[in-house]
Write a new protein. Structure first.
Length: 309
């Protein structure tokens, strides 16, 4: 999709049809963004993508942080078809504008893919393992699922979410286990916490075997247990709140409650799950008075007779 001057002008004017179209393309309005701020973000994003395309054409290479990509590495548009169907089915958006590349970082034996974001200009692109250029599966990874997962993060970048982000992204998983458990790890620190505790346990076992036979490794098992318990308890709490939020939204948008929740901030999901919201329609109407994001949500998914668009 090309972001034209006309689209930006209509978005800046707060035209709901244009904003709804952009929303359907994965340009979700940020948590507290005004029409002017949203239009400025679109301008900056368009500029950055054009600059990337220019560098690829002139120099054959584009540098972003520690990563270098080439025009030959770019993911063909046709590959996005299947993953876009997933995101449209779940959350009512299709993204075809995010640059993606086949890249395998050094020393990343289990790397599948990841998305990169740049604040405050919101420039984003993602990379997936090079082998996905030739095949759809590698180890536990499915290419379409992986792309859909990353596109969920891309769409929600303006919401600056971290609590429920993985709950949404892992709903693209084909495995029931990953859908249920994947959201336990919200960032690199969580993975390092679990891996670090297991590494300490391994070192304690080696120490006991070769150097200190009297070492009690039960304490180190306790460290692993605490790490698992901490992450598991936090994840269970988030999942319970997530379900309560969805149940509340299903009352006003029975077919698209997931899409509505996808456009909510962490704070709003907490509020909806708390049971203190009261009448859900009144709660939503109160937000549409001063939130452009909620005006678009209501325009696309909620109407007085409970039918949806």
């Amino acid at each position: 999709m090309e972001i034209t001057d006309k689209i930006i002008q209509h978005a800046q004017a707060g035209d709901l049809e244009t904003l709804a179209m952009l929303d359907s393309k994965g340009f979700l309005i940020g948590a507290h963004e005004s029409a002017d701020q949203f239009a400025e973000r679109l301008k900056t994003l368009r500029h950055n993508i054009r600059e990337m395309d220019r560098e690829l054409e002139e120099n054959g290479r584009f540098l972003f942080g520690n990563y270098s990509v080439t025009a030959e590495d770019r993911i063909p548009a046709g590959i996005f078809t299947a993953c876009s169907s997933m995101t449209e089915h779940l959350y009512s958006f299709r993204i075809d504008w995010v640059p993606g590349f086949f890249v395998t970082p050094s020393f990343s034996w289990l790397f599948g893919g990841c998305a990169f974001y740049s604040f405050p200009d919101f420039f984003t692109f993602f990379i997936i393992r090079q082998c996905f250029a030739r095949k759809k599966r590698w180890l536990i990874y499915d290419r379409d699922e992986l792309l859909a997962h990353e596109l969920c993060h891309v769409a929600r970048i303006g919401l600056q979410s971290n609590i429920f982000e993985e709950n949404f992204a892992y709903k693209t998983a084909s495995s029931r286990f990953r859908r249920k458990v994947g959201g336990m790890f919200r960032g690199p620190f969580d993975a390092f916490l679990l891996l670090g505790s297991t590494l300490i346990l391994l070192l304690s076992q080696v120490t006991k075997t070769f150097f200190l036979p009297g070492l009690d490794v039960a304490y180190f098992w306790g460290v692993v247990g605490l790490a698992v318990l901490s992450l598991g308890t936090r994840h269970l709490s988030a999942c319970l709140k997530f379900r309560k939020c969805l149940k509340k939204l299903a009352g006003v948008s029975p077919d698209f409650f997931l899409a509505v929740a996808f456009r909510c901030t962490d704070t709003e999901i907490h509020q909806l799950a708390s049971g203190k919201v009261g009448d859900i329609r009144s709660w939503i109407n109160s937000r549409t008075t001063d939130s452009l994001r909620w005006q678009v949500i209501q325009h696309r998914f909620i109407s007085e007779d409970e039918s949806v668009r």
